[in-house]
Design a protein around this ligand. Structure first.
Ligand SMILES: Cc1cc2nc3c(=O)[nH]c(=O)nc-3n(C[C@H](O)[C@H](O)[C@H](O)COP(=O)(O)OP(=O)(O)OC[C@H]3O[C@@H](n4cnc5c(N)ncnc54)[C@H](O)[C@@H]3O)c2cc1C
Length: 427
């Protein structure tokens, strides 16, 4: 059995941030990164727009502004952002304030899905020159914290210190680890909502501000806006009981890649936290995903705003008719009625937000605009961390989106650095 000084599970931004920090501070370290996928590295592969302003991506229970700013400086060294310019911000902000909406000014950069791949190659080459071993297509399965070993899909590995950063998709795996390691946890919030797709001319703010962050009342927010050569995509998940369901998401290519389709997509998400009686937020969200599959014959639902306003379901013709002058970028959805599948409380809050948004940026409620459902974001239950470096047990640390310490690329990278600072004590 080979033993490493440090093992990192997950080659997403959290894992990368930790790897660069450890190799920077400890030049002779033996470091292994495992990833279950045959390619690296997690969420940097999707769209890769990066936010460099607190609080975007930083869960407030783990970060304050001073801390986040400090880590963002370190993150910038590796991700080298070329910050996008914004125009007419004051006009949009003034309109927003009148409606009790907050438009947050964020420093952003956008590499696009193709640009993200170029960045990943550079980062991996950087880790390679620092002597980091990367094992792709190898999953962590289990852990023996007393013997300081972990079992993977192919072998047993020893570690002095371990970081588990398996991302949002790995939230169930983290849950299992928390149970194995006797880590106490609290039920986490979930984000549930829809993805909007429309022509750029109906949401022209994206010409002035690439990913505008609107925060509405009732914990509704815009999230992950993509435009130009933008596409809605489908992600497949399985519930704790093994039932399949889908969530939609979105990404865009950079301006250098292919022909623009003239579309924009973004999520409108409502944060839901269940308290009394305490039930599992994740199971609630998964059930909604399964319900949507039932309504959509195994596919996500899509509905034109025009049909929604008239109280009718969308039909195949709603997506052919020349009145509705663009085709959905995600074709494998079922035309339907999202209000049959969504809880009223969530739908009402999101529809109110859409009406406000249409006042701030007139046009987004054009009848042709498409609402895709569901978009679901799950996070692991909140572990009770033993220190400010996200240590959960002995020399074991968790970080990144799955562990609830981040909700985006830059904060995930920052979480990785923060964990690595703690891991150094165990080398
Ligand atoms: C379609 C899409 C678009 C997005 N667009 C943006 C964006 O534009 N900007 C932004 O800031 N954020 C975006 N995000 C979110 C962003 O990807 C995440 O915030 C970020 O990647 C989280 O980093 P992480 O390191 O925690 O996890 P991840 O990046 O998810 O990496 C986790 C890695 O762990 C691996 N793994 C999981 N379990 C195991 C296991 N048991 N053994 C071994 N390996 C394992 C996974 O294969 C994965 O590679 C997007 C996400 C998606 C899905």
């Amino acid at each position: 059995m080979k033993t490493y000084d440090a093992v990192i599970v997950g080659s997403g931004p959290a894992g990368m941030g930790a790897a660069f920090e450890l190799t920077q501070q400890e030049s002779n370290i033996s470091l292994l990164i495992l990833d279950q996928e045959k390619f690296s590295t997690g969420g940097l592969r999707n769209d890769c727009k990066m936010n460099f302003t607190f609080p975007i991506g930083f869960p407030l229970e783990y970060w304050n502004e001073v801390q986040a700013k400090n880590y963002l400086k370190k993150v910038s060294v590796f991700l080298k952002p070329a910050i996008l310019q914004k125009k007419h911000l004051e006009i949009y902000q003034q309109r927003s304030r009148r409606l009790d909406v907050n438009l947050i000014e964020i420093e952003q950069t956008h590499l696009g899905t193709d640009g993200g791949l170029v960045l990943i190659k550079k980062l991996l080459a950087g880790l390679n020159t620092r002597g980091v071993e990367l094992s792709l297509g190898e999953s962590m399965i289990d852990i023996d914290s007393k013997r300081k070993t972990l079992t993977t899909s192919g072998r047993t590995i020893g570690y002095k210190t371990l970081l588990v950063a398996p991302g949002r998709k790995g939230f169930r795996f983290l849950q299992k680890l928390m149970d194995t390691l006797d880590v106490q946890y609290l039920d986490n919030i979930v984000d549930i909502g829809i993805r909007i797709e429309t022509k750029i001319e109906h949401y022209p703010i994206v010409n002035d501000y690439y990913d505008p962050k609107f925060h509405f009342p009732e914990k509704v927010r815009t999230f992950c806006t993509n435009s130009g050569n933008a596409h809605v995509v489908k992600e497949n998940y399985t519930t704790v009981h093994g039932e399949p369901y889908c969530s939609v998401n979105g990404h865009a290519y950079s301006v250098n890649h292919g022909k623009e389709n003239g579309l924009v997509n973004f999520a409108l998400l409502k944060t839901v936290g269940l308290t009394e009686p305490l039930a599992s937020g994740q199971m609630f969200a998964e059930n909604l995903g399964v319900q949507a599959m039932l309504m959509g014959g195994g596919k996500p639902l899509m509905q034109r705003v025009g049909d929604f306003r008239l109280g009718s379901r969308s039909k195949t013709a709603s997506f052919n008719d020349d009145l509705y002058d663009f085709k959905p970028s995600l074709r494998t959805c079922c035309p339907g009625d999202i209000s049959l599948a969504m809880p009223a409380r969530i739908l009402r809050a999101i529809w109110k937000a859409m009406k406000k948004l249409d006042t701030i940026v007139p046009g987004v409620l054009h009848p042709s605009t498409i609402m895709y459902y569901p978009e679901i974001k799950l996070y692991a239950n909140k572990p009770q961390y033993l220190d400010e470096h996200f240590r959960v047990n002995g020399s074991i640390f968790f970080a990144g989106d799955g562990a609830g310490t981040s909700r985006g690329i830059t904060a995930a990278w920052g979480s990785g650095i923060r964990a690595a600072e703690g891991m150094r004590q165990y080398l």
